[in-house]
Write a protein that binds this ligand. Structure first.
Ligand SMILES: C[S@@+](CC[C@H](N)C(=O)[O-])C[C@H]1O[C@@H](n2cnc3c(N)ncnc32)[C@H](O)[C@@H]1O
Length: 286
């Protein structure tokens, strides 16, 4: 084929690929009236600075949590990783906190919770023993301790560590990554979401890692824990962030983590109805 024809046919093939590709995910038409683009820029900056150590799902939740604290004039908040194992997630949270704190001016404490000895034994079918076994995801405590900067590690079963933590009167919790795998462990962590309002932001950004694919269902694992929690507590409700893919940075619109973004609504929080800065007003300054 003559070179000109070759070039032309390559161009046509590229154009055809473009036409056939999935269309860009629809964005909300009024993005600029909302805070999303600005917080997304922070997520992208953090991703560029931290590279492979970062997790955008943590930075996104952390940024939204710190922004809510900022808007409410709350100077300090806590971010939690439940289930730490080797610590990749906790290190990502630890590093992201530097960026979010710097950008939004809200001090962030980071806490990680883990048995230190891998998973407890699955108790029954609700704990998905077809997937998980006792001792899965062990931790190298010495290696992890050397990589943490601000994060504090709480070693022991969450059944005991979480009530102890709440007694220390931590600042309001704004972000929680739930990655304990088992139904029973997730239930044991939910006293966090039942804490007194001064221990919580009025809405808590949540990430549930084990809810998609495999044999996860409404009647087992984290999804069952959420369903039962919502049925039992009218004023504390855990909900997916619906359509989150339209609001995260566009390049993540098809990423799996976007479907794992949830929000815990503390409906009896005295500041639940305060203006939260998501819909921008002219006086807003970020
Ligand atoms: C999948 S791993 C966590 C991985 C980590 N989030 C990451 O992304 O790097 C799950 C962890 O949950 C911890 N875990 C599960 N149930 C627990 C419980 N009841 N108390 C304390 N830790 C628990 C296990 O020790 C295990 O290390």
């Amino acid at each position: 084929m003559p070179p000109l024809h070759r070039r032309l046919s390559r161009k046509l093939a590229a154009a055809a690929r473009g036409w056939l590709a999935d269309p860009a995910p629809p964005r909300h038409p009024d993005q600029e009236r909302f805070i999303y683009p600005r917080l997304n820029a922070l997520v992208e900056e953090t991703a560029a600075a931290l590279g492979a150590t970062q997790r955008p799902q943590y930075t996104w939740g952390l940024a939204h949590a710190a922004y809510l604290a900022q808007q409410l004039g709350i100077p300090r908040m806590a971010a939690l990783e439940l289930g730490v194992a080797g610590g990749k997630g906790l290190v990502a949270l630890d590093r992201a906190a530097d960026w979010v704190e710097g950008a939004l001016g809200v001090a962030i404490e980071v806490h990680g919770f883990d048995s230190g000895q891998g998973l407890p034994r699955p108790a029954d079918v609700r704990d998905l023993p077809n997937l998980w076994a006792a001792g899965d995801f062990p931790m190298d405590q010495a290696a992890l301790a050397g990589r943490l900067r601000r994060a504090r590690l709480h070693l022991g079963l969450v059944e005991r560590e979480i009530p102890t933590f709440l007694q220390t009167q931590p600042p309001p919790i704004g972000f929680i990554s739930f990655d304990l795998d088992l139904y029973s462990s997730t239930v044991a962590s939910f006293p966090l979401l039942l804490a007194a309002p001064d221990r919580l932001l009025p809405r808590v950004q949540c990430y549930f890692d084990d809810i998609l694919g495999f044999t996860f269902a409404e009647f087992n694992g984290e999804r069952l824990a959420i369903r039962e929690f919502n049925a039992a507590h009218a004023t504390r409700q855990i909900s997916p962030i619906f359509g989150a893919r339209h609001y995260v940075p566009p390049r993540y619109a098809a990423a799996i983590w976007v479907d794992k973004l949830y929000m815990a609504h503390i409906l009896d929080h005295p500041r639940y109805n305060d203006y939260d800065g998501l819909v921008l007003r002219p006086r807003l300054d970020l």
